[in-house]
Ligand binder design. Structure first.
Ligand SMILES: Cc1cc2nc3c(=O)[nH]c(=O)nc-3n(C[C@H](O)[C@H](O)[C@H](O)COP(=O)(O)OP(=O)(O)OC[C@H]3O[C@@H](n4cnc5c(N)ncnc54)[C@H](O)[C@@H]3O)c2cc1C
Length: 491
């Protein structure tokens, strides 16, 4: 098998420290109004680091807050002139070191002032907004305006459309609505490394005009350009409710979820919480209930009427009972449904509460759903031996799960990282992926050749070189180095 040996692009040559000083002077001359350019030490650190991951990091050299696509073009032209790394930044909720500062420094382009909804087309079920608009704010605005539509892609709270498109994210709703890699982004306006502005497509729902250039930027993690505007598709808001059920083991819970989905009933989400995650929920103290500390599923049902929700609940209750499900609780009203679902939404923080003062490492593998019971079984056996407190929470309907490994010391972090690597190799061996939704960033680069093969990785690098020949867009992220090819020895 051929191993990828190409660099991305060949040995990028960044400017010198004095070039970067000249770049900052140019930025200050270009943007004379207050608050657009920041070299404040705290600002540089806050944008270059994240407490949510454990990758090496350096502060950026400067943070720029553009207000328009034209501003972004000006920034990109200055970055190109001085060969300065450019790191796009939106909601800052990504988990794999995606927006970390580069060792030579760089310009962090923070799109948070570009957060406006520009057009809402209720009859077309779509919306045009700037890339810094948050998915939760968009849904809240639609609700306030009485428009019965919503954007169903639901990653971390605080994520914005530019970052969501760039990570190819998803969330609990993916069972019903798919991911950012589906058809939820109708088009994107992008500032390319050349400074040229392109719009990938018009607003019509369908187009067969050439290949899908919107998709080129989905999952590109800011390495091919800066997205400044998007048109997104919206879905009708339908009545939902929530149910919880407990199982003797994770295998039965997973098998029940697979069979329930196959019934074609109105399931919007199905989430697995292992017994330790349930214990964490009790421990955390935010839940309105004390749960049995057993492996459990939380379902969100969706239907066009109350009676269709009840019908779905009946079908699912019958299926889960076949797999040993007990204690089936169906929310009696909207408030109770919100309370039950909040227990799922609080899981990261409740998981951390299991060990006082601990930090958490989260994994993100995904396999074909039929392989999930094997993967979780093997993973739990492995995690029992590592001597750390760990819990498993899964978007089980998609074959995607997150193990949360708690640690307090550097030695424990190393143990957690080794266990996380074993989970990745196990998932890839089951025809799965190192990342179901969080993306590659710095943390998953080393697995890409093993997962995708050298040819596919080389194709990605060829596209990167064509669009960003200077290699200044988010360098050090996404694409594996040749050293990773040497590490992966195919059987
Ligand atoms: C508590 C929590 C729960 C989470 N749950 C989920 C989940 O269920 N599903 C899921 O998929 N993820 C989840 N995540 C991860 C995260 O929310 C997603 O990766 C999200 O898509 C990141 O969006 P962001 O706006 O925060 O992007 P950022 O973190 O700001 O950036 C992400 C990447 O995109 C690039 N980028 C940002 N903006 C642009 C732009 N305008 N143009 C080009 N490139 C850009 C950045 O350079 C970076 O590489 C979770 C995170 C947290 C903290």
């Amino acid at each position: 098998m051929r191993l990828s040996t190409q660099r991305v692009p060949d040995n990028p040559k960044f400017g010198s420290p004095s070039d970067f000083k000249r770049a900052i002077a140019d930025l200050k001359k270009t943007f004379v109004q207050d608050g657009v350019i920041s070299t404040d030490v705290h600002d540089l650190e806050a944008h270059g680091f994240s407490t949510m991951d454990y990758h090496p990091a350096t502060p950026h050299t400067v943070v720029v807050y553009p207000k328009s696509t034209e501003d972004v073009v000006k920034v990109v032209k200055i970055a190109t002139k001085y060969r300065m790394p450019v790191i796009p930044y939106s909601g800052a909720t990504s988990l794999e070191g995606h927006f970390r500062g580069h060792p030579v420094g760089g310009i962090c382009v923070d799109l948070n002032y570009m957060n406006k909804i520009l057009e809402i087309h209720e009859d077309d079920s779509d919306l045009v907004c700037q890339a810094g608009a948050g998915w939760m704010d968009i849904n809240e605005t639609l609700k306030q305006k009485g428009i019965p539509l919503f954007f169903p892609i639901d990653p971390g709270p605080g994520a914005s459309l530019g970052g969501m498109l760039s990570t190819g994210c998803s969330g609990t709703n993916a069972v019903r609505y798919g991911t950012a890699k589906g058809e939820w982004f109708i088009n994107a306006t992008v500032v390319l490394p050349s400074g040229e502005v392109i719009k990938t497509k018009r607003r019509s729902r369908k187009s067969a005009a050439g290949f899908d250039t919107t998709k080129l930027f989905i999952g590109a993690e800011g390495t091919l350009g800066i997205v400044t505007e998007v048109t997104i598709r919206l879905a009708p808001v339908l009545p939902t409710t929530v149910a919880v059920v407990h199982f003797p083991d994770v295998g039965s819970a997973t098998a029940a979820s697979i069979e329930a989905i196959k019934q074609g009933a109105g399931i919007q989400c199905v989430e697995l919480l292992d017994a330790i995650a349930m214990k964490a929920t009790n421990n955390y103290g935010m839940s309105t209930r004390k749960w049995p500390e057993k492996d459990s599923l939380i379902f969100k049902f969706q239907g066009s009427s109350e009676s269709s929700l009840k019908e779905t609940a009946k079908i699912v209750q019958r299926v889960v009972a076949k797999h040993g499900g007990t204690g089936f609780v169906l929310a009696k009203n909207a408030k109770e449904a919100d309370d039950l679902w909040a227990d799922r939404k609080n899981l990261y923080h409740s998981g951390l509460s299991l060990v006082e003062g601990a930090r958490g490492l989260t994994t993100d593998v995904c396999v074909p759903v039929s392989r999930l019971p094997d993967l979780i079984h093997e993973t739990k056996k492995d995690l029992e031996k590592v001597g750390l407190v760990t819990s498993i929470v899964g978007h089980v309907g998609d074959g995607n799960f997150h193990a949360l490994l708690l640690f307090k010391t550097d030695e424990e972090l190393a143990i957690a990282q080794q266990a996380a690597a074993r989970i990745v190799h196990r998932a890839i061996a089951l025809d799965g992926t190192c990342t179901g939704e969080h993306g590659v960033g710095i943390g998953k680069r080393k697995y890409l050749i093993e997962e995708l093969g050298a040819g596919t990785v080389d194709l990605m690098k060829t596209v990167k070189r064509a669009i960003d020949p200077l290699g200044i867009f988010n360098p050090g992220k996404l694409y594996p180095d040749p050293i990773h090819a040497n590490k992966f020895q195919p059987q």
